[in-house]
Design a protein. Sequence first.
Length: 273
Amino acid sequence: MDNIKIAAKDDGDIMVHVKRNSNSLVSIITPTFNSEKFIADTIESVLAQSYTNWEMIIVDDCSKDSTVEIIKEYVEQDERIRLIQLEENQGPAVARNTAINNANGRYLAFLDGDDQWLPEKLEKQLQFMDEKQIAFSFTEYATMTEGGTETGNTVKVPEKVNYKDLLKQNVIGCLTVILDKELVGEVEMVNIRSRQDYVLWLDVCKRGFPAYGLQEVLAKYRVVGNSLSSNKVKMAKQNWKVYREIEKLNLLKSSWYFMFYVFFKLKKYSTKN
């Protein structure tokens, strides 16, 4: 059994001293919905991992296309892949929580049904976490079009972010996150239609576990035209809702952090243009 020592630092962050098993099980959390065009590439990117001690828990949120049939073909080929089918469409938070509740691994890694990992993603990130003695990590990632063509754009990450940093700007790509469940404790996403991953990162940081960025591209994010994250107005409203209704910030603090949110978004869009 792994030996764990946890102590609080002066800044409130948790200092971890842990002797990890070098081959701990990683549970990959994958929600899907009408992903027939992408799910095979997503699964293939997991099968190609140099780190092999993983389980992939795919929760289908009542797809109406051939997503489930494609997944079942992979389930028959590799016992590490598991499929859970929801009886009614409930959104990505419920799908992810269902996978989390059925996970057996010490580590939780997140990969949606239209994104991909590079082959050394798990191996390099777990080594990074072990060397730094940390419980929460994320990486840089590249973007690709809906058809799978790389755009040439990469999302860079800082070395470290805490709760207040994240309130200003969510720099964490869900497809890159790994959490050490034994250290951070219970993991659950709030049941909202979008930004549920952001709320979880805030929650883990509030517990005293800052997120550390591995400054290397290890994943590929697919930009899908009709996704919730592609609608700028909806995302802004959802971010305000996170501040006021979930984080329970007062109006002044919410407005303060929302100004940072708008600033960074405008900076991002102006850079693209």
